[in-house]
Ligand binder design. Structure first.
Ligand code: NAD
Length: 307
């Protein structure tokens, strides 16, 4: 398959590297010149549980230099950069291009739909982890999965072809018309743990140093789960609570991406997570006081970190 990845940071590089290894024709599109130059010069150094190797078959370019519309465009920018990236890389969206978002948070379909007809958008969720320790490198250890569907819920050939391509790269993908449940469950988990860690600068484990941490996290989970159910998405709250408790007990030294962004002085994805929850709650209307307070606190942190 002819694939382009818009936003080739941690996740985009991992997916691009694995797809290229599986024989697909992959172009990484990003604005990080050092990363692009390192890959152009030396290849992508990719470390997974299968070992460390160099992927040399990747094409790289900046968004404005992209000239060819691929069959599949995977958008892997952070959520707040989606629209600018798509605007700069409009040549990547041709009449036969399918566009996939596996980004975290809510509102990804709506952001893509400003540039792409809805019937050509796929949406989903992934639990694969990745980080980019330096230019030209990507690490991913542990396992993960992908669930996706067409944004309009129709059965489409593009869903089958995308699932097959991602599976050929070992990414454990399946089509799932219940994907909104998984998306909302991940939003609830992230709204709780990411925002709390971003504000307190605690690791996930440190949130349990006093009972207030787990108590607040579970209040946020309850708010988001109630909102999801009110919005017609049948999330399993007990399952989210189990995942949160498991993370608190086992991922003790983990710094969620939102905390990593704060520490690096980058803007966080709070608007697509707690922000989107608060907006959806306002439309019902429904009160989500803890989620909203954390949104306001992270906005304050963001404003100082990106000063
Ligand atoms: P990242 O910051 O590592 O990568 C984002 C990339 O987008 C960067 O390389 C950046 O230069 C690029 N970018 C920014 N603006 C751009 C533009 N205008 N045009 C082209 N490229 C642009 O982020 P990530 O960790 O790979 O996360 C990407 C998405 O996947 C996020 O929504 C995140 O929440 C989600 N996600 C991440 C993980 C993870 O483990 N990293 C897991 C699941 C989901």
């Amino acid at each position: 398959m002819d694939v382009a990845i818009l936003g080739a940071g941690a996740m985009g590089s991992l997916f691009g590297g694995l797809l290229a290894e599986a024989g697909h024709d992959v172009t990484l599109v990003d604005i990080d010149d050092a990363h692009l130059e390192a890959i152009r010069r030396d290849g992508l150094r990719m470390a997974t549980d299968a070992g460390e190797r160099v992927v040399t078959k990747l094409h790289v370019c900046r968004p404005e230099a992209a000239q060819r519309a691929p069959e599949l465009l995977i958008v892997f920018t952070k959520t707040m950069h989606t629209e600018a990236a798509l605007a700069a890389a409009s040549a990547l969206i041709g009449p036969h291009t399918t566009v996939l978002s596996l980004q975290n948070g809510l509102g990804n379909v709506e952001r893509l739909a400003r540039s792409v007809p809805r019937e050509r958008i796929l949406v989903g969720v992934t639990t694969w982890p990745a980080d980019k320790p330096a230019a030209g490198r990507v690490n991913s250890h542990g396992s993960g999965m992908i669930r996706l569907m067409s944004a309009d819920g129709e059965k489409r050939e593009s869903v089958l072809r995308t699932v097959a391509a991602l599976n050929s790269a070992g990414l454990a993908c399946s089509a799932d018309t219940d994907v909104w449940i998984t998306i909302w469950e991940k939003v609830a988990f992230n709204a709780a743990l990411n925002s709390l860690c971003a504000v307190t600068q605690c690791t996930v484990g440190e949130l349990s140093n006093v009972p207030d941490g787990p108590e607040l996290a579970l209040k946020i989970v309850a708010e988001v789960a109630a909102l999801a159910r009110t919005s017609g998405v049948a999330v399993d709250e007990a399952h989210i609570v189990d995942n949160v408790r498991h993370a608190l007990a086992n991922h003790r030294s983990h710094r969620p991406s939102m905390l990593q962004d704060v520490l690096a002085g980058r803007k966080t994805e709070i608007e697509a997570i707690n922000g989107a929850v608060v907006e959806a709650a306002r439309a019902v209307p429904m009160a989500v006081p803890c989620t909203q307070t954390l949104l306001q606190l992270v906005r304050l942190v963001d404003a100082s970190a990106t000063r």
